[in-house]
Design a protein around this ligand. Structure first.
Ligand SMILES: [Zn+2]
Length: 441
């Protein structure tokens, strides 16, 4: 069953289509000129000059203020003390309902004084989607959704929204049609929205907390390209195009302000992109976002179980001029094959048992981060490679022995990031860093 995105029905297509509604409310009848105006992520249903303000994010359509309650009154919906309240879920199947719980504050237009306030409860149901619908006036529109306000399980009022228009009809369950489209109007200037000085142009609004990325981090673009825009939705200005495979920092940003327009919850996926040394925070359009978490790079895990962590036992290692254990030990029987942890090249082989490492092999590698690392495998009984040999991940380098400074058979792994000591990245004197950065313990 199809799920409908209600947003294009409610907010029109942004071209300001104007139309007239025939109304007949409480014995008064006449026509009203209607226009749906879009302003960023806000949109307005303007009825002559009076208006209702809505806004949206990926999950919900929200209501904020309504100046059409009466000539002298307006109301504002709030939730948790913040202006605006989620009014309906954007994506619904026919039959789905949404239960909104706005706190509504009613004010006098002349003074901005509060006249009433109440906690409300409001259920909307998507009743139907019509490919074509003919209204009382004889006007037929295509793509119309029918929503109902549900009271005690029954529809109380029906609202009709047409694609490219907005609200085109309204009907009471008991009294029939209250208003319906009677004329499509073109070529007129935009309707002026009445100014209620107590209502700000761009109030701080409450947005749905983002849920797309639950664990922000490094992500990789998997689609052919990823468009990065200044704001939510594909209508916003494109400022970047990221190539497939690009790794970006992407996250769900909770509080955002772009310029002075948006403040509040910014929904969806944001990414930090670097351009000429400056990091910019930009929104990834959901429709275009196709990202997968970057798989963290790991070295092949040596056999055995961890017997001594990096930097442990400083007392024992002081005599070697080290702040602690300069590697990671894996206990494993004599004769266990020691395998290359990553593709690289052998740069040193020591075949005599005359130092702390005993018989050992040293290799050099370039990790995916582009940096160069040296790896030492110590306490061997034999070696199967020679200086200058290229090695591939998993290739046997030698066998575990009991040579050098060791109390039992183990695979000692030292990882050195070339230049780390000079750069102040480690307090070890010989570029040694914690191998657990790259090895699962
Ligand atoms: Zn060790």
């Amino acid at each position: 069953m199809r799920k409908y995105d209600l947003l294009p029905y409610l907010k029109g297509n942004g071209n300001g289509q104007m139309y007239a509604l025939q109304y007949n409310i409480a014995g008064r009848s006449g026509t009203q000129t209607i226009q749906t105006q879009v302003d960023g992520r806000l949109f307005y249903h303007v009825k002559d000059g009076q208006w209702e303000r809505f806004y949206w994010d990926d999950e919900y359509i929200y209501r904020h203020a309504d100046t059409s309650e009466a000539a002298d009154r307006y109301y504002v919906q709030t939730k948790n003390g913040v202006p605006g309240c989620d009014w309906v879920r954007r994506h619904m199947h026919v039959g789905d309902e949404y239960h909104a719980t706005p706190f509504v504050k009613h004010y006098w237009k002349a003074t901005g004084h509060l006249r009433a306030e109440a906690q409300c409860s409001n259920i909307l149901r998507l009743i139907a989607h019509h490919n074509k619908y003919t209204f009382e006036s004889g006007i037929t529109l295509s793509e119309v959704v029918e929503l109902a306000w549900i009271v005690n399980g029954m529809p109380e009022e029906y609202y009709y929204y047409a694609l490219g228009f907005g609200l085109v009809a309204w009907k009471q369950a008991r009294h029939g049609w209250e208003s319906y489209i009677c004329e499509e109007i073109s070529g007129r200037p935009d309707l002026e929205r009445e100014i209620v000085e107590w209502l700000p142009d761009h109030p701080p609004l409450l947005y749905h907390k983002p849920s797309i990325v639950s664990t922000p981090g490094l992500m990789q673009v998997v689609s052919a390209a990823l468009n990065v825009r200044t704001g939510p939705g594909t209508t916003h200005k494109q400022v970047w195009k990221l190539r497939q495979g690009t790794i970006i920092y992407a996250g769900a940003i909770e509080k955002v302000a772009i310029g002075n327009i948006w403040a509040g919850w910014g929904s969806g996926l944001w990414c930090a992109v670097k351009h000429k040394g400056t990091t910019y925070l930009r929104r990834v359009s959901d429709a275009e976002a196709e990202l997968v978490p970057e798989k963290p790079f790991k070295l092949l895990r040596p056999k055995g179980y961890v017997t001594q962590l990096f930097a442990k036992n400083p007392d024992k290692y002081a005599r070697f001029g080290l702040p602690g254990h300069e590697g990671l030990d894996f206990g494993t029987p004599v004769g266990t094959i020691v395998r290359a942890l990553h593709d690289g090249v052998v740069y040193r082989v020591h075949l005599k048992d005359d130092n702390a490492y005993g018989i050992h092999v040293r290799t050099i590698h370039t990790f995916p981060n582009g940096k160069r690392y040296k790896i030492i495998r110590a306490h061997l009984r034999s070696v199967r490679v020679s200086v200058g040999d290229p090695v591939v991940r998993g290739q046997p380098l030698g066998e575990i022995g009991l040579t050098g400074n060791t109390t039992g058979p183990h695979d000692h792994v030292t990882v050195k990031e070339v230049g780390a000591t000079a750069a102040g990245l480690t307090n070890f004197p010989g570029d040694q860093i914690d191998p657990a950065l790259w090895i699962d313990l």
